[in-house]
Ligand binder design. Structure first.
Ligand SMILES: Cc1cc2ncn([C@H]3O[C@H](COP(=O)(O)O)[C@@H](O)[C@H]3O)c2cc1C
Ligand SMILES: O=C(O)c1cccnc1
Length: 317
């Protein structure tokens, strides 16, 4: 496991304080540059190679009537990603990230977690491996997103299981659930929580699913081994990665939360993790879109950190 390098971070802090601006005036852009320096182990961090990974999976819990859109949309959106027609395609293009989409057994949904375990231990391991193997070891930053109709229900169950609270604390509209569909969603999460009492990251993923959540965990763990900083997307992506907290309270130290989603559970989740999102734009899409917009902010932070003159260079006493 590669750890944060405090010497590189300190050197980056000193550089920030020497640049031609009042100390601290770039606010969290300064913190972002120092975060990157610490995780990359260099005072002048690079953002030459940005990788975006979108993992896709299908979910048996859709049988409980928890989502307004049909499950077929998962595969159709995977086609749309391949054709360049989704929001994440446009944002990756202008943020300078290469996008890979990893569909995970879309024609074999996980089992309905209200009736039993969503996945076997082998299925969890396979999906975690797929996530880890997709990570580009030469990347400077990794952006994570997901696609899976019904997975805002899965995310609510994962978050409730790991961080406590009732189903209704974590269930929200997702793609637009209201009325009966929203009631079904709350009932499904409550039933899942009553049925399963997992104690580790892997057993939590087995209990509730899904494959794209396990792949996100695998990618986050691989990134940590590589010392590669990660930008998580919204509620669903954060809930997936948050499962790792069950095994290690420090598991997300190399991760940023790209944005605070409009999905109401995300605020609670971010607070539970003691983290701060880069942005808050009322987005609620998933796919990695909030993380991709945050990458542009990160590029701004690194551009200033790298390109600004110091007071000495500018001849300002
Ligand atoms: C066309 C379309 C594109 C999407 N892109 C991301 N999601 C998002 O919505 C899904 C979760 O919401 P729920 O639990 O309500 O199904 C996930 O696939 C998430 O990535 C989409 C959803 C739709 C319909
Ligand atoms: O924040 C998210 O990840 C999210 C919210 C609603 C629907 N899909 C994704």
């Amino acid at each position: 496991m590669t750890e944060f390098d405090p010497t590189a971070a300190q050197a980056a802090r000193e550089r920030q304080d020497s640049l031609t601006k009042p100390p601290g005036s770039l606010g969290r852009l300064e913190d972002l540059a120092i975060f990157m320096a610490g995780w990359q182990g260099q005072a002048r961090p690079r953002l030459d190679r940005a990788q975006a990974l979108v993992f896709a999976g299908n979910h048996g819990v859709v049988a409980q009537g928890v989502n307004p859109f049909p499950a077929e949309v998962t595969a159709l959106m995977v086609r749309n990603f391949a054709a360049g027609g989704a929001a994440i395609n446009q944002l990756c293009k202008i943020a300078g990230a290469s996008l890979s989409v990893v569909p995970l057994d879309l024609d074999r949904p996980t089992d309905d977690f209200t009736q039993g375990a969503a996945m076997s231990p082998d299925e969890v391991a396979a999906a975690m491996h797929a996530g880890a193997d997709a990570v580009d070891k030469d990347a400077d930053i990794l952006i994570l997103g997901e696609m899976g109709i019904g997975n805002s229900t899965v995310a609510a169950a994962l978050a409730a299981s790991v961080f406590g609270g009732r189903a209704e604390d974590w269930v929200g509209p997702g793609t637009g659930a209201e009325g009966e569909v929203l009631d079904n969603k709350r009932r499904a999460v409550a039933a899942g929580l009553a049925r399963h009492e997992p104690v580790s990251a892997r057993t939590t993923l087995a209990a509730f699913g899904g494959r794209e959540q396990a792949a996100i965990c695998g990618a986050v763990l691989r990134a940590r081994e590589l010392g590669l900083p990660v930008i998580l997307d919204g509620f669903i992506c954060t809930a997936a990665a948050g499962v790792l907290i069950r095994d290690d309270a420090d598991a997300l130290a190399h991760c940023l939360i790209g944005h605070e989603s409009a999905e109401p559970g995300h605020r609670r989740l971010i607070a539970s993790l003691g983290m701060q999102p880069v942005l808050s734009l009322d987005m609620r899409l998933g796919e990695g879109t909030g993380a991709a917009v945050a990458l542009m902010v990160l590029r701004g932070a690194i551009a200033c950190h790298d390109g600004m003159a110091t007071f000495a260079e500018a001849g300002i006493a």
